[in-house]
Design a protein around this ligand. Structure first.
Ligand SMILES: [Zn+2]
Length: 190
């Protein structure tokens, strides 16, 4: 732990205030730079629950009603994130309602989920996730534009490539030509 963090946390977990002999330094995603302003010093109890994304021990997290008012922005951000995960608890919702966080900090707190939501995921006609290199089977006849050729239903297309910016398109070779195929017309081959 860096001296800055050591000074800041004062030998206590920055969320639940528990004193301990050993601490974990947690960098709040999506930030990756291991700078004190991106980090929170946590006891093992807090760290393990955050790391396993398991917030069912809501009683433990009552500590957030205090830590959300921390002078340390990263501690506020982490508290805010967790409170949002357990906002089915009325006290957590009440806390979120009363707290005021800078817009910038709220953005940081929400950034991880926003990133997750914006990820482009390719799925076949059955909703199965497709990956580059997969083999797929056409679920209907496909008119291969420009090639004056119909690829019949059941055609196997090996080693597909995902079109990066379009979740509805993959590329694959049919009859020697690489063509764009719509994901809704394929089924992943197991
Ligand atoms: Zn703790």
């Amino acid at each position: 732990m860096t001296p800055t963090l050591q000074n800041r946390c004062n030998d206590s977990c920055e969320l639940c205030s528990q004193k301990a002999d050993s601490f974990q330094v947690y960098t709040i995603p999506p930030k990756v730079d291991e700078l004190p302003e991106n980090q929170v010093v946590l006891c093992n109890t807090c760290f393990n629950q955050i790391n396993s994304n398991n917030f069912t021990d809501t009683n433990h997290w009552r500590c957030l009603t205090g830590s959300i008012w921390s002078e340390v922005p990263s501690v506020q951000v982490l508290s805010y994130k967790i409170l949002n995960k357990i906002n089915a608890q009325s006290w957590a919702m009440d806390t979120l309602d009363t707290v005021y966080l800078d817009e910038q900090l709220i953005e940081w707190a929400n950034a991880e989920e926003a990133l997750e939501a914006s990820k482009i995921i390719h799925k076949d006609s059955y909703g199965v996730v497709l990956e580059t290199g997969d083999t797929v089977i056409l679920t209907q006849n496909l008119n291969v534009k420009g090639a004056n050729f119909i690829a019949p239903k059941g055609t196997i297309v090996r080693k597909i490539r995902l079109v990066p910016d379009n979740a509805e398109q993959i590329e694959g070779k049919i009859g020697g030509d690489t063509i764009v195929i719509l994901t809704k017309y394929v089924r992943k081959s197991s």
